[in-house]
Design a protein around this ligand. Sequence first.
Ligand code: B12
Ligand code: SF4
Ligand code: SF4
Length: 387
Amino acid sequence: MKEIIRQSALKHGFALCRFTRPTLNTIHQQGLQGWVEAEMQGDMDWMAEQVRMQRRLQPESMLQDVRTVISLAMSYQAPAYDLDEACASKESGVISAYAHGDDYHDVMKKRLKAFAAELDMMLGKHDQRVFVDTAPVLEHALAESAGLGWQGKHSLSIHRDLGSWFLLGEIFTTAEIETDEAASNHCGTCSACIDVCPTAAIVAPYVVDARLCISYLTIEFDGFIPHPLRILMGNRIYGCDDCQLICPWNKHASTPMLADDPLKPRGENHLPDLVSLLHLDDDAFRSLFRKSPIKRTKRAGLLRNVCIAMGNSGNHAFVADLLAVLGDDEALIRAHAAWALARLAGEENQHQIYTALQHRVDDEENEEVLQEFDITMQYLRSNYDYT
Ligand code: B12
Ligand code: SF4
Ligand code: SF4
């Protein structure tokens, strides 16, 4: 029966399908508690909220009489560039690979529901619930005990053949299905992901401090990014794949996908042109990212990240574009544009930047933006002569 179920999962677009009981071992329970106690969730309050914490710690609380967790992996395409190529571009931003196609939440949910309906036919009617991502389920821990993949030192699940280029989803069912053997860890003495992380967010093996992670900063965090972290973000404008790109298990990973898979990359998300993104208005943003996960940041968040990437590029050609958004409706964009202009200031453009800011200061009402303008102007005054 297990094999028949697995074959059905593959037919529905899953790359792996394994089975486990709805319990967590103490390493994961203590790992989660320690992480939240250290407030590594940052502004993701839903990760620390009491009821949800209890649910995460006790997966059996997610469905009455649950007997089996079916852990599923859905592959997405690895990036078509390597780490050096991605970081080297002075004109483009980097969008993490999972976001190159349609939003995986929608795709996964649809596949889980279709697969669950077929399970009903195979196993007889049982209570079941499907989960992806946002539910209070510790997906890595269950994937590990189901043998689907071990948790790497970057905290992501890895499979020997598929590497880590896949997303996780689960079906909890009251049906009793024989379990699979847990995954064993194959990181060994490697520490490549810890060493490569631009912001040192992997604070210990298996522990990611979200507050430092570029994925959190560019996607989940909707505020003013701390200055020291902006410099380390390089040209990553939506998520970050560095710890995966460096991982030896991803060097020859296969990514089995359906022929017409909606997760397949859309051309426009492959190293997109920063200038074109900076000039998107609300309508253009919504239409470009309609089915994409990128809509999550809204225009303000994405363009904030674009400003940072421009500031980090060393490319003085961006100055005119950044000056043009100093009067944008969104405070986040105005503030980060000012920061980027300070980074790109040189003998040839400092007067133009200073005058533009002086002009904007009179109209600016947002305190945080005024502070950012002030920092940029102070910086310019300390480096150039305005007498
Ligand atoms: C919150 C979250 C984030 C946060 C925090 C990340 C994190 N590591 O917790 C942020 C925004 C930073 C993030 C980023 C990313 N995410 Co995310 N994220 C989640 C989410 C919603 C919850 C994760 C969670 O529970 N964290 C809490 C902490 C405590 O858990 P943990 O990091 O796994 O920590 C465990 C270990 O420390 C372990 N532990 C402690 N000591 C030891 C010792 C040993 C030996 C071992 C083995 C383990 C161990 O105990 C802890 C609890 O299990 C999951 C979906 C879900 N519901 O699970 C997706 C999820 C983890 N994310 C995913 C993805 C794809 C990403 C990104 C790659 C996206 C991108 N390209 O930008 C990055 C990767 C960053 C990274 N290196 O983790 C996928 C991962 C798929 C995979 N193959 O593993 C998931 C599963 C979503 C999905 N449904 O597919 N994410
Ligand atoms: S996603 Fe990027 S910032 Fe986050 S842990 Fe991995 S390498 Fe570090
Ligand atoms: S880079 Fe090395 S340590 Fe990090 S997850 Fe991959 S194998 Fe493990």
